[in-house]
Design a protein around this ligand. Structure first.
Ligand SMILES: [Zn+2]
Length: 231
């Protein structure tokens, strides 16, 4: 293989290494990404907090209602037991019981409202728990799938690095330095010449250079400095 052929092969290995590194970081991201689960868990926590709050309100509303009903019962029994004969007192008691009774209906409505809120939040809690279970299953599945993919890529990367090391050792050190230097600034250091043009900058390559490059000499493009390869 010519020198430029070796450099071209080195570049292919480098590009493949880059792609695999990129793939590896994507896979690692997939393995660690649990944003959806974190969001669902915080949603559950807030639903539970809400539920506790509304249940507390429901309890105190029930107590208030029982209290009212108890007061009404007591006054009613006073009214109808005949223990009080004082008409003025009876009128006052009737007024009082009427007032209390008028408070009962709105309290009952409020209680019903709270009860339906509790039901609604309980349904939300249930849905969110199901969602969390599903996300956990997906997470576990992802760990298996992407865990396997990760090992595959790592093995591939190790092989590519080894191959690259072997090839780099065979290469003339000056040529290797030139390659590395151009790679740093240009990304791609070795480019093909097609229809007489450098494929890095698309400017025509002089025939004399073209011929030398064809023979395998390390020739750099006059305009973009890249190494010309005619495979
Ligand atoms: Zn060029």
């Amino acid at each position: 293989m010519t020198l430029t052929g070796q450099l071209y092969k080195l570049q292919q290995l480098d590009l493949e290494l880059q792609r695999k590194q990129q793939e590896l970081s994507e896979v690692e991201h997939q393995l660690s990404d649990n944003k959806a689960l974190v969001v669902a868990e915080s949603k559950l926590a807030s639903h539970k907090e809400q539920l506790e709050d509304v249940r507390r309100k429901q309890k105190s509303s029930e107590w208030e209602l029982e209290d009212l009903q108890e007061k009404v019962r007591q006054i009613d029994s006073k009214l109808y037991s005949g223990t009080s004969k004082d008409p003025k007192e009876l009128v006052n008691l009737e007024k009082e019981v009427k007032g209390l009774k008028s408070q009962i209906r709105p309290k009952e409505d409020a209680l019903l409202g709270l009860m339906s809120q509790v039901e609604e939040i309980e349904a939300n809690v249930k849905t969110t728990i199901e969602e969390i279970e599903r996300l956990k299953r997906e997470w576990e599945q992802r760990q298996v799938t992407f865990g396997q993919r990760k090992s595959e890529i790592e093995a591939l990367l190790a092989r590519l690095k080894r191959d690259r090391g072997v090839l780099a050792q065979q290469l003339d050190s000056e040529a290797l330095n030139t390659y590395e230097r151009i790679r740093l600034t240009r990304g791609q250091a070795v480019v093909k010449v097609e229809r007489g043009k450098c494929q890095g900058c698309h400017i025509a390559v002089p025939t004399s250079q073209w011929q030398k490059a064809k023979a395998g000499d390390l020739i750099q493009c006059n305009s973009c400095n890249r190494i010309l390869y005619l495979g």
